[in-house]
Design a protein around this ligand. Sequence first.
Ligand SMILES: [Zn+2]
Ligand SMILES: [Zn+2]
Length: 139
Amino acid sequence: MKRHGHCLCKKTRWAFTGEITWSCYCHCDDCRRNCAAPIVAWFGVPLKNFEWFGDTPKSYESSPGIFRHFCETCGTQMGFEAAHYPGGMHLYAATFEDPENFEPTFHVNYQSKLPWLELHDELEKFDGRFLDGSGSPEY
Ligand SMILES: [Zn+2]
Ligand SMILES: [Zn+2]
């Protein structure tokens, strides 16, 4: 099954086939500021199953080896690639064409959650970067 996403102005689009590798919420300060949002819902797919359509996004290197891709026209954040997560493209669940058909399964960087953000879910909550705070997803 092919799934699609797009930015606010619809000039930058993506698509992938196959399964989502993982899906989560991130509470880190970098994601928060990058999206100007109190929490960011993410998922990862293997790069080999992924492609951009329409305008090629611009990229901002937010830390060494970490690239955040965004639509040049409307500024929507569109993707994330990091040297420490080789082979994967991280995408923002809110850019899905059908974001209602998404299910985050855990939280990362929960230690940075904003105190005024109220959440009432039973998902696993990890401090730190990924799962046990040190591991990387396998693509
Ligand atoms: Zn756009
Ligand atoms: Zn983050």
